[in-house]
Design a protein around this ligand. Structure first.
Ligand code: RIB
Length: 321
């Protein structure tokens, strides 16, 4: 069979398969990405290798990941009335994402992220919220019908906390499955949030911030997951980069370390977002939680072999091949 015939088969299979509905409430950033030999020290000027400007933002990345990985996706967010905003909106629309609830701020510029990626494929990121700060609880109230249609609602912490809480509360009230990626995490989560979250998915740094525990190994992640469960989390999935994930699911007493496929990473930006988008897409189509985690891990393992946030996210056919 020719490569063309194979890819037509794969895309027919993707279209024929049942697709769940994922609604993402979150941020959209234009990522300004410099590659450099290493991350600079305070006060240091460092010569970089390359520069690129690519669509990003944890919300946007998770929406694109869920769409490419098989879900029907709607995005609730806000861009600025500027060239970056137009580019981000167009890039979501090109993925088939419903942007009816994507507002345009008349005052704030589109969010940006300054990202440095070093030769060891690690990154450091500074975000400036801009229009992401204008996604308000009122934006959530106005989209109750859209949230009611979702199988899974996904939030992160790059929009105001009161908005995230409103989205999670709406999801709970409407009987939808809710996912919180607590990124970036600056503090412990308010205690009353836990009852609103079905799946809490931090990375190791975020889990450390939420619990006050240092996390370097899967055993550390186990302790942190149990601490989060003790605070009321129903399902905790801690992503550990190249070490895989640690999942402590409802009804599971100990939890499990699930290693990821071994790959040569070139850029880990949006690896966590790809995992979450893939996990959400798979949950939304009715797969078992363990299968959804494994699917997200395979997708993220592909993303880290490519540069950039959204450009690195694979399509479903690549993950299922
Ligand atoms: O998770 C990666 C993302 O974090 C980047 O795309 C950047 O915009 C920041 O939000």
């Amino acid at each position: 069979m020719s490569d063309n015939a194979k890819s037509t088969d794969a895309s027919n299979a993707t279209q024929a398969a049942p697709r769940g509905r994922v609604t993402v409430v979150g941020s959209l950033n234009m990522d300004l990405v410099a590659r450099a030999p290493r991350l600079p020290m305070p006060g240091e000027t460092l010569a970089g290798h390359t520069f690129a400007q690519v669509p990003g933002g944890k919300g946007g990345n998770q929406a694109v990941a869920a769409a490419r990985l098989g879900a029907q996706v709607a995005m609730i967010g806000c861009v600025g009335q500027d060239a970056n905003g137009a580019t981000l909106r167009a890039s979501l629309e090109a993925e088939g994402i419903d942007c009816a609830a994507l507002a345009t701020s008349e005052h704030a510029p589109t969010g940006v992220a300054l990202i440095i990626v070093d030769d060891a494929s690690q990154n450091a990121i500074v975000i400036v919220a801009g229009s992401n700060a204008e996604v308000t609880p009122a934006s959530i109230d106005a989209q109750e019908a859209m949230l009611a249609r979702a199988d899974v609602i996904v939030c992160q912490l790059e929009t105001p906390p009161e908005t995230v809480r409103a989205a999670l509360a709406a999801g709970r009230r409407l009987g939808r499955t809710t996912i919180l990626n607590p990124a970036p995490a600056a503090n412990a989560l308010p205690g009353d949030w836990f009852a609103l979250i079905d799946y809490l998915i931090p990375n190791e740094l975020e889990a450390a911030t939420l619990t006050g525990m240092a996390i370097a190994t899967p055993d550390d992640a186990r302790r942190a997951a149990h601490a989060l469960k003790a605070r009321g989390a129903r399902n905790v999935v801690i992503t550990l980069g190249g070490q895989g994930v640690f999942a402590l699911l409802d009804g599971d007493v100990d939890g499990k370390h699930l290693p990821s496929p071994k790959v040569d990473a070139v850029d880990t930006t949006a690896a966590g977002d790809t995992f979450i988008g893939g996990f959400a897409a798979e949950l939304a189509r009715g797969s078992a939680v363990a299968d959804a985690i494994a699917f997200g891990q395979r997708a993220a393992a592909i993303a880290v072999t490519r540069e950039g946030a959204q450009p690195s996210i694979p399509h479903r056919a690549e993950v299922t091949a």
